[in-house]
Design a protein around this ligand. Structure first.
Ligand SMILES: *[C@@H]1O[C@H](CO)[C@@H](O)[C@H](O)[C@H]1NC(C)=O
Ligand SMILES: *[C@@H]1O[C@H](CO)[C@@H](O)[C@H](O)[C@H]1NC(C)=O
Ligand SMILES: [Zn+2]
Length: 517
């Protein structure tokens, strides 16, 4: 349908009518899936705003030799799409702690705060009294479902932490961070809470080993000292293993790719995978060899294989944690690569589950001040410069299509005379309008993409905390599940196609299609 010959793009009016009519046909045929969601998989692309998705889909197409703009990411084809308002109780532009708490606990709260409602104040342990809120991880576990958390960031980082931890300060990931703040009251660090208060979680894959090991232990991979980040109380990895042994649970602790591959999902009910002392590597830098680490997609596949053994179903959260980090550094290429690795993880979930009984929700916690600028020609390298002829320049120095509103790429007005050869390189830092040490989050809405049972409830502009309520309603967990008993006895209603739909479909299926040649 779509051909590129050198720079010639062949898209006839017939092509546009055909693709639009296929789209229309799919929309007319769409039916609400009112089944119960046995499984829920929540994908959070950290910092994955709409402009990131547009640029990533263009990049994806261009990597395949196409012009790019016509591409789609797999979840952009999901039947239900909505927008999420991401502000927190205290900030117009939010952080990951407040937003992830909203997505998973169903309540908006303050930025920097994890698993606590808005009565909690930042760094104030006394304010935790009565402020704790449960998440869909807890609700799912209470219904006998298996649970899992997978991320490329540290497992203690704000997004995964919001599933299990309660802290008035997201940066108290390890014990030393907490001690150094000497807060008044009885706070515990996030790593401690994961191992000591959430031993029920079946699958834990991510980075952040340094917060689980003691100060005296060397890192097994780097052989470096853990003096700066290590624990002074206990070896949490050993604590995790001892608890599993005590309760005779099949388990595996792994920290490299070979060990990961040796996990037998059919025989393993609990896994702890800590693949880096800090965050996991960017996909571009990842060592996929035996001594390296798995990809986000590989971790997702393994997690599903382990969790799906439970007849009562599962809840799994998968975070693409480093899209955000690449943006904070203003390295757009890396953010796009991370987004495509995230898309592969979504594909792993599509391949590993069935639409009839698994709700997949793909969203972002917040956006970034990331722009697609100028009037680049169709098929222009998305990492390149905008053609000076179309760019309304005042100084004959071109700019890149991808730009940041703030960040470390501020060049004091001394703009370099850029070329695409320079800007398409790994590690190139895009220019920003205002100077900041790191680029910031953006405050506009982000997308929600869903398929599977009850995905149609995500259909408009929603407050971000609504997402938790939809996931819980669909999977019959939490405090709103009266409809589940009813449905169990009567069976799910199944809407049918109307005669007018049938005729229109017939008409559309015989529409003549123009071709280029
Ligand atoms: C902290 O915990 C200890 C022991 O559980 C208790 O004695 C103390 O009163 C608590 N302090 C606060 C401020 O809650
Ligand atoms: C920038 O480089 C181009 C050639 O790549 C040149 O035509 C243009 O004059 C240069 N602009 C300035 C301001 O030096
Ligand atoms: Zn973030």
């Amino acid at each position: 349908m779509f051909t590129v010959l050198g720079s010639v793009i062949c898209e006839s009016p017939g092509h546009w009518r055909k693709t639009a009519k296929d789209d229309l046909k799919a929309a007319l045929n769409s039916k609400h899936n009112t089944n119960k969601a046995e499984n829920v998989i929540l994908f959070i692309g950290d910092g994955m705003g709409i402009s990131t998705l547009t640029a990533a889909r263009i990049y994806k197409g261009q990597l395949r030799g196409k012009t790019g703009e016509e591409s789609f990411l797999n979840f952009e084809k999901f039947p239900s799409i909505a927008l999420s308002k991401t502000y927190t109780v205290d900030r117009q532009t939010p952080d990951s702690a407040g937003t992830a708490t909203a997505i998973m606990s169903g309540v908006k709260t303050n930025s920097r705060v994890v698993g606590l409602d808005e009565s909690a104040k930042m760094k104030d342990c006394m304010s935790m009294e009565g402020a704790k809120i449960e998440s869909i991880l807890d609700w799912s576990h209470a219904e006998g479902k298996s649970t899992g958390l997978v991320t490329t960031a540290r497992l203690t980082h704000a997004t995964p932490a919001a599933a299990y931890a309660h802290t008035p300060y997201r940066y108290w990931e390890g014990q030393q961070e907490l001690i150094n703040s000497s807060p008044v009251g009885n706070c515990t660090d996030v790593a401690y809470q994961l191992i000591r208060e959430n031993s029920f979680v079946n699958v834990l894959f991510g980075g952040g080993r340094r917060y689980f090991q003691t100060v005296n232990q060397l890192d097994p991979e780097t052989q470096e000292s853990n003096e700066k980040y290590g624990r002074v109380d206990m070896d949490l990895i050993k604590e995790w293993q001892d608890e599993k042994i005590r309760h005779k649970k099949n388990h595996a602790y792994v920290w490299n790719k070979l060990q990961f591959e040796n996990i037998r999902p059919d025989r393993t009910d609990y896994v702890l995978g800590l693949f880096e002392p800090n965050h996991m590597q960017y996909e571009h830098d990842r060592n996929s060899g035996a001594d390296g680490e798995p990809s986000l997609a590989e971790m997702t596949t393994k997690a599903i294989q382990i969790l799906k053994k439970n007849k009562k179903g599962f809840f799994l959260m998968v975070e693409g944690g480093r899209i955000d980090h690449a943006h904070h550094k203003s390295v757009a290429k890396s953010a796009l690569e991370e987004t495509l690795a995230f898309e592969e993880a979504v594909q792993a979930a599509i391949d590993g589950t069935e639409e009839k009984d698994t709700l997949i929700v793909v969203t972002a916690d917040h956006s970034h001040v990331f722009n697609i600028a100028g009037y680049p020609k169709r098929g222009n390298n998305i990492l390149g410069i905008v053609d000076p002829e179309t760019a309304n320049l005042v100084d004959e120095k071109p700019f890149t299509t991808l730009l940041y509103g703030n960040g470390r790429g501020y060049d004091h007005g001394n703009r370099a005379n850029l070329t695409t050869e320079i800007t398409a390189q790994d590690g190139y830092v895009q220019v920003s309008a205002a100077p900041t040490t790191k680029e910031s989050h953006g405050g506009e809405d982000v997308g929600i993409y869903a398929r599977g049972p009850m995905s149609h409830l995500l259909h408009g502009v929603h407050e971000q905390n609504y997402i938790a309520h939809v996931m819980a309603f669909a999977s019959c967990v939490g405090d709103n599940k009266d409809h589940c008993r009813q449905r169990d006895s009567t069976g799910a209603a199944s809407p049918t196609s109307t005669p007018s739909h049938f005729l229109l479909n017939l008409f559309l299926s015989v529409v003549f299609m123009f071709r280029c040649f």
